[in-house]
Design a protein around this ligand. Sequence first.
Ligand SMILES: *Cc1c(COP(=O)(O)O)cnc(C)c1O
Length: 395
Amino acid sequence: MTTKELILFSDKYIMKTYNRFPIVLVKGSGVKVWDSDGKEYLDFVAGIAVCSLGHSHPKVVKAIKKQVEALTHVSNLYYIEPQIHLAKLLVENSFADKAFFCNSGAEANEAAIKLARKYAYEHMNGNKYEIITMENSFHGRTLATVTATGQKKFHTGFDPLPEGFRYVPFDDIPAVKNAITEKTCAVMVEPIQGEGGVQIPVHDYLQRLRKLCDDKGILLILDEIQVGMGRTGNLFAYEESGIRPDMMTLAKALGNGFPVGALLTTDKIASSFVPGSHASTFGGNPLGMAAGVAVMDSLLQDGILENCRETGFYFLEKLKEFKKKHPVINEVRGRGLILGVELSIPGDDIVKKAMGKGVLINCTNGNILRFVPPLIINKKDVDHVIDILNEVIVP
Ligand SMILES: *Cc1c(COP(=O)(O)O)cnc(C)c1O
C-alpha cells in the first residue's frame, strides 16, 4: 500500500482516538526512525519515553527472538522463568520486596489502587479507601486510573466515575495535609509530572510527603511509569530523594517497546494480595519478561544512566542558551533526559515544522515541548535538535 492509502484506511477502519501526524513509521534503529517514504527522523519522542535504549536495541531484539522461539505464553498457573529473573532484578535494585506484572501503565496503577484499598481494608482502622492524587497528574485511561488522573478534560462524559479520589495541587504539602481525612488510605504521585508538562516539584517534596504519610499512617504510591527505568539519570526517580515509597508502578520503558507493566511493593503490603485477589492473563508472560530482563541488564551494565545524566545536563544547558534567544520561551526545565520547554504560544506548529525537518519532538499540555529521547543519545544528537529548534521556532 502507498502511504496515502495507509492513511486513508487508518481513518476508515481505526477509531479516531488520536490526532495523528500524516506519516507512517516503519523502521527504527537506535535514535533514528524511518517512514514509509524512506524519510529519516531523529526520534526525541521514543514512543513517549518507551524506547529508552533506542529502537531495535540488539540486546532486547536478541532476548525477544530467543524467547519467542522457546516459549511465548503459558499462564500464571505455572512458574515462568524470565518472570522470576525480572522480579529479582527489580527487587534487588529498588526499595521493594515483591513485584506484580501486568501489561501497561494503567494496569499497574489499577493494581496499586486495588492493593492500597485491600491493604487499608485489612490493616487500617475504619473505612479507609480514599486516595489523594494531584491536579495536572496522569495515571492512565481505565475508569479508576482516569479518575485518579487529576485533569477534568479526561473525565468529561464518563460519569459516574468511581468514588474515592481527591485532588490537590501538585508540589503543595499543606494541601495534601488538609485533604487527608479519616477515609484516606494513600497518596499517589508522579515524582515529576510527565504528561502534565514536565513539572518538577521542590527538592524535598517527596521527603515531606513521605513524612506526612508516615505521620498519618497512610501509604505513599509513586507512579514512575514515565520517569522510572533510568529516565531521570537514576534507575528510579525516587532514589534522588533518599525516601522509600510503599508502592511504585512502572511500565513505559520497562520493555523498551514490548508492553510490560509492574507494581512493586514491600512484603507487608504485598501480602494483602492472595491467590485470587488480582490477576492478568498476559501479565508476566515470557516474552515481555525476557524483554524486561534485557532492558534491566542493559540499564545496569551499559553505562546508560551515566550517559543519561551527562547528556541530559548538556541538553539542559543548551536549552537554557536557546531560551535566551527566544522570548516565546517562558521556562526550561528537566532532570536527566526528561526535559520541557514551556512556551507562551501553542507548540503544535513547532512540532510539525521540526518533523518536516526530520526531528520528532512532542508537545504536551498545549504549550510545553517535551523531550524524552532514548537515553543513548549523544551530544551531536542534542546539537542537531537544538539547530532544528532554532530554525523552526521563529514565527
Ligand atoms: C503513560 C503513563 C501512564 C499510563 O500508561 P499506559 O501504558 O498508557 O496505560 C500512567 N502514568 C504515567 C505517569 C504515565 O506517563
